[in-house]
Structure formats: structure tokens, C-alpha cells
Design a protein around this ligand. Structure first.
Ligand code: ZN
Length: 219
């Protein structure tokens, strides 16, 4: 089975959550895109997010507590931006009412299927990812070329500590940190983690490709 992973550096993840869940003001759904690199392994594909592209207020066609639609002109602009950088796209949005468990809605899935058709038509169908964030949870899926349905993706937040979210499991709190290392929550996190790695340094694409065989230390 081809395993799909969406990996975000912790700093980028913090930027994402600050955009999706601001401390003050109304909390409608919000959206953004990530530009990502992709590493294709023998039995897994990994998206490595590297830059956040926020959807500005005037690029929403509609925005409510539980629904949003982004103008297609803006989506075209982001797709062009990705193509210019040879980057891949990860679409993301929030479900502000969800806390410890979150998943794509039927509307989300229908929108993604349309986006898949659009990318196939416009850009020849590159792989792309989608993320939906609750306040302390995230679920991901990946679309591969020529497919009409998505694959579930593991989501990894990479920093001093690794965090991994799998759609089918109870998510681990995003507030997991050193202070909680001996807490119940941390134990559950450690028990469900498949990776052990300390530290992260910025990598260039070439380095990532070079270091790929060593970076994947799955047990
Ligand atoms: Zn949604």
C-alpha cells in the first residue's frame, strides 16, 4: 500500500494555526494554501510544506461559520505560483467548531474532486494534498494523478518533537511539548509515533532528495 505523508515544519505549522485560529475576533472558516516539495519513495510519497499562501479576505466568494468558497481567479493565481516554483499545492482550511477530532465534510470532498479535475485539465494532474484543521487536530488526504478519489495521509509536524496525526486515530494535542513529556497525553503520543528524530535543520530540495534514504527511519 502506498503510504502518503504530509509533513510541516513546526514554524510553518504555527503560522498556519495562527492564520486559521486567530486569538481574537470572529472565527469563521478560513483557508490557505501551502507550497510544497514532494519526495517519491518506493512505497510512500511525502509532501514537505515550505510556504504558506493565505487566502486574502477579498478572494473569498463566500465565507461563513461552516462554509467557504475561494474565488477561482485566486486559485488560478496560486496554481500559477506553484508551477513557477515547480512546487506542489496543499489546500488547507479550518473547521473552527472541531477540537480534538476533525475530518473533511461531504462538501469538502466534492470540492476536492472538482479541484482534481481542474488540476488535471490545467496542469496535467500533479499530485496535491488537502488538510483540514480543528483546534487541536488535523486530517489530511492526498490526490494522485489520474485518480478519482483521495488517499488518507498521515500528517507530521516536525520540530523538536515529532507529532503525527492519523485520520483514524484520536489526535494528539498540538500543545504537546517538553513539559508534558511524562504526561498521559505524551505517553499516548509516543506510543502512536512511528518516528524518532531529534531536531530539524532547513533543507534544500537537493539535500532532501539526497538524504531521503536516511531521513525515513520508520519502525
Ligand atoms: Zn471543510
Amino acid at each position: 500500500m502506498n503510504q502518503q505523508i504530509i509533513r510541516l515544519p513546526k514554524a510553518l505549522h504555527s503560522e498556519v494555526t495562527a492564520h486559521l485560529f486567530p486569538d481574537e475576533g470572529p472565527q469563521p472558516e478560513r483557508a490557505a494554501f501551502l507550497l510544497a516539495n514532494r519526495v517519491e519513495g518506493k512505497d510512500r510519497g511525502i509532501f514537505l510544506g515550505y510556504r504558506l499562501v493565505v487566502v486574502p479576505e477579498d478572494a473569498y466568494l463566500e465565507k461563513a461559520d461552516d462554509f467557504l468558497q475561494v474565488k477561482s481567479e485566486f486559485i488560478c493565481e496560486v496554481a500559477r505560483m506553484a508551477a513557477a516554483e515547480s512546487a506542489y499545492l496543499i489546500e488547507l482550511h479550518s473547521h473552527p467548531g472541531c477540537v480534538r477530532k476533525v475530518g473533511f465534510s461531504r462538501l469538502d470532498c466534492a470540492g476536492q474532486a472538482r479541484f482534481q479535475k481542474y488540476l488535471t485539465y490545467k496542469l496535467g494532474g500533479p499530485p496535491w494534498g488537502a488538510l483540514v484543521f480543528g483546534r487541536e487536530s488535523v486530517s489530511g488526504s492526498v490526490w494522485l494523478p489520474g485518480t478519482e478519489s483521495s488517499l488518507e495521509a498521515r500528517v507530521q509536524i516536525v520540530g523538536e518533537n515529532w507529532q503525527e496525526f492519523s485520520n483514524s486515530q484520536e489526535p494528539v494535542s498540538l500543545r504537546f511539548d517538553r513539559q508534558q513529556v511524562f504526561g498521559l497525553q505524551a505517553q499516548r503520543a509516543l506510543a502512536s509515533m512511528k518516528i524518532g528524530l531529534v531536531g530539524l535543520r532547513p533543507l534544500h530540495k537537493a539535500q532532501i532528495l539526497e538524504e531521503t534514504p536516511f531521513a525515513f527511519d520508520f519502525r
